[in-house]
Design a protein. Structure first.
Ligand code: TPP
Ligand code: MG
Length: 627
């Protein structure tokens, strides 16, 4: 189709998409960022001749290309990149058809749940259907237009399938809108049938013009603000719960100003930790099931909880058992009305920074009581002793426990080092113990808690923050789930550091299993014994040798002293380096201060489950509906 009075450029759909993406920018607070900073890809027949050819034609400057090993991992890398860049810049991921495309599902869910933008470009079956079924095609006997890519619909914030070239124009614009919308963002999927990718079309020149997407900071509604201020002024024991929205909005300074002026203490979720520096007198650390004693004590007695950019996950609310003050009320500052309404909260729908600034103005002259300040400061001091005890190693020549590993890391990192983790027993230990020194330091993916996020995310973070030491912390189970992107770090020359903690299986789920009557069934990495169970000797796998074989430098640390030295060496190195350590399983982490609801068998023959169910029933009695 030609466009009268418009100049046009004849390109394939794939070429047009790459050209379009190379000209998109985001802007917030007057600063411009390239929106799609690069494209990850693994090629197969679904994208090699379409997007692959288009990337080659565009060249590295127009669209940098990164080669991944696993499609899910490429999404993790893009997510890590986007989070480090404050959601103002992200990466695209191109895949083939079928298994390449469905490998995206886990990454897409992770991105969407964590509200982090990524652009997914899976190949799809021919739109014209010349010879069904093609290789890797699922033929649905009833719904002929279903493709395996439809599995991406529920995990995407926006999904489209480009079955005609001209569809790309509205669809690509809408995709950019969602990626840069602070309330809607997440995984954005444009499924690209392989014949359409290669088809030529006369594109209007304007489609390729630079386009800047303003990332808005909506201010609060006046009535909601007045009500929120009134509620906070009336509260005697207010507690701020800082969530990931504080970081996404870069609202840390605004939060600090509010807290400095009012004395209201801050508890943080996994996504929000680091909203205040750990040594700020009002920073009480993590809240909820993996929270600190001082936070959870305050949460139990708070009369007003001020949620800032939080989704109130079950870990935060201790499965709705944490906020026990009979009169407790919630004020929720959130950019999505969906989250602001949670726990029957008073809503303050706004950007976190705008909202906090408005609250500071409205609260001028207000300060919580001296007694309240003294109470939480004393609690903070007591918790600091818990941290020190967990980090301290009395014998430098002993095998470290896991919390001593964190203590050693704490002693070598600088203010800007980034520590990445997502699953296992580390998230709980880190939430309770880590001393976050800067807003981006504590990089915990705990929306999806996806084993295997850490290594690829480390690559994305390192790409976003060259020169910053990056630490991917992984357990042995997590390492085995997805070590493949080590090769990518080596290929890209990215000095990501790995701290690999060997404890021969799933310590976290083993503990959970024991608590819930499962007797650690199936959670240790051991040989099958004569009776058929996995209770034989530990598996003799050498994960350090594995990391070395993929191209990393490897340092094996057997003692606390060797560990500290190895961490310092890794930090100074300009090569990707793995610090491997076997840990002493003796528990040195503080126990849970609040409950987490994991249902236990209501009937069973084994005593462990019966005892666990009794405990469970006692806890469920504490559940509350906040109305
Ligand atoms: C992809 C994925 N599968 C399963 C789980 C459930 N899960 C959470 S932690 C964990 C074990 C992690 O083991 P490891 O990395 O060795 O850490 P450890 O528990 O020993 O600290 C499992 C299986 C998960 N979070 N992600
Ligand atoms: Mg383990």
């Amino acid at each position: 189709m030609s466009h009268p009075n418009q100049s046009v450029r004849r390109l394939t759909v794939a070429q047009a998409l790459v050209q379009f993406l190379s000209a998109q920018y985001s802007e917030r607070d007057g600063v411009r960022h390239r929106l799609i900073a690069g494209t990850w890809g693994i090629f197969g027949h679904g994208n090699v001749a379409g997007i692959g050819q288009a990337l080659l034609e565009a060249g590295e400057e127009a669209m940098p290309f990164h080669q991944g090993r696993n499609e899910q991992a490429m999404v993790h890398a893009a997510v890590g990149y986007a989070r480090q860049r404050g959601r103002l810049s992200t990466q695209a991921v191109t895949t083939s058809i079928g298994p390449g495309a469905t490998n995206l599902v886990t990454g897409a869910a992770l991105a969407t749940i964590n509200r982090l933008p990524v652009l997914l470009l899976p190949g799809d079956y021919f739109a014209a259907r010349p010879a069904d079924p093609l290789l890797q095609q699922l033929e649905h006997p009833v719904e002929a237009d279903v493709s395996v890519n439809d599995t991406l619909r529920p995990v995407s914030r926006c999904f489209d399938r480009i079955t005609r070239p001209e569809m790309l124009i509205p669809s690509a614009l809408n995709a950019m809108r969602v990626l840069t919308d602070p309330a809607e963002t997440g995984a954005v999927t444009l499924a690209l049938p392989q014949d359409v990718q290669a088809e030529a079309y006369d594109w209007p020149e304007e489609f390729f013009a630079e386009r800047v997407w303003h990332v808005r900071r909506p201010a609060p509604d006046r009535t909601e603000l007045t009500e929120a201020v009134r509620a906070i002024r009336a509260a005697e024991r207010p507690l701020i719960v800082a969530g990931g929205g504080v970081h996404h909005s870069e609202a840390e300074e605004a939060l600090k100003s509010l807290v400095d002026a009012t004395g209201i203490p801050v508890a943080s979720t996994q996504a929000g930790k680091g909203s205040l520096r750990h040594d700020h007198p009002a920073d009480l650390g993590g809240i909820g099931h993996t929270g600190t004693a001082v936070c959870d004590d305050l949460a139990r007695t708070a009369d007003l909880v001020i949620g800032v950019g939080t989704r109130y996950s079950d870990f935060t609310t201790a499965s709705r058992t944490l906020f026990q003050n009979p009169g407790v009320r919630f004020v929720n500052l959130n950019i999505t009305a969906f989250d602001a309404h949670k726990l029957a909260g008073r809503t303050l729908v706004a950007d976190a920074r705008s909202g906090l600034e408005a609250l500071s103005e409205g609260l001028a002259g207000h300060h919580v009581s001296d007694a309240y300040v003294a109470e939480y400061r004393a609690g903070k001091e007591r918790w600091e002793e818990v941290v020190q005890a967990a980090f301290r190693a009395d014998d430098d020549n002993a095998v470290p426990t896991q919390t001593q590993v964190l203590g050693a890391l704490d002693s070598v990192v600088g203010d800007d080092d980034v520590v990445i983790n997502a699953a296992g027993s580390l998230p709980g230990d880190l939430h309770k113990l880590w001393r976050a020194r800067s807003p981006r330091q504590y990089h915990l993916e705990y929306g999806y808690s996806c084993m295997g996020y850490e290594i690829p995310a480390g690559i994305g973070v390192q790409q976003a923050a060259p020169g910053t030491p990056v630490w991917s912390l992984v357990g042995d189970g997590t390492y085995l789930m997805m070590p493949t992107e080590i090769v990518t770090a080596v290929q890209e020359g990215l000095p990501v550091n790995l701290v690999l903690i060997q404890n021969h299986g799933y310590a976290s789920i083993g503990g959970l299993s024991e608590e819930t009557g499962g007797e650690r069934f199936g959670t240790a990495y051991r040989h099958r014994a004569a009776d058929g169970t996995f209770t034989g000797t530990p598996l003799r796998v050498d994960l350090a040798a594995n990391a070395g074989s993929l191209g990393m430098d490897v340092l094996r640390a057997k003692t606390v002293r060797e560990l500290r030295d190895a961490l310092a060496t890794a930090r100074a190195s300009d090569r990707p380096t793995c610090v491997y350590v076997e840990t002493d399983p003796a528990p040195t982490a503080p126990g849970a201060e609040a409950w987490w609801d994991v249902p236990v068998a209501e009937v069973a023959s084994r005593p462990a489950a019966l005892a666990a169910r009794e405990r469970y029933d006692r806890h469920t009695a504490d559940r509350r509906h906040h109305l």
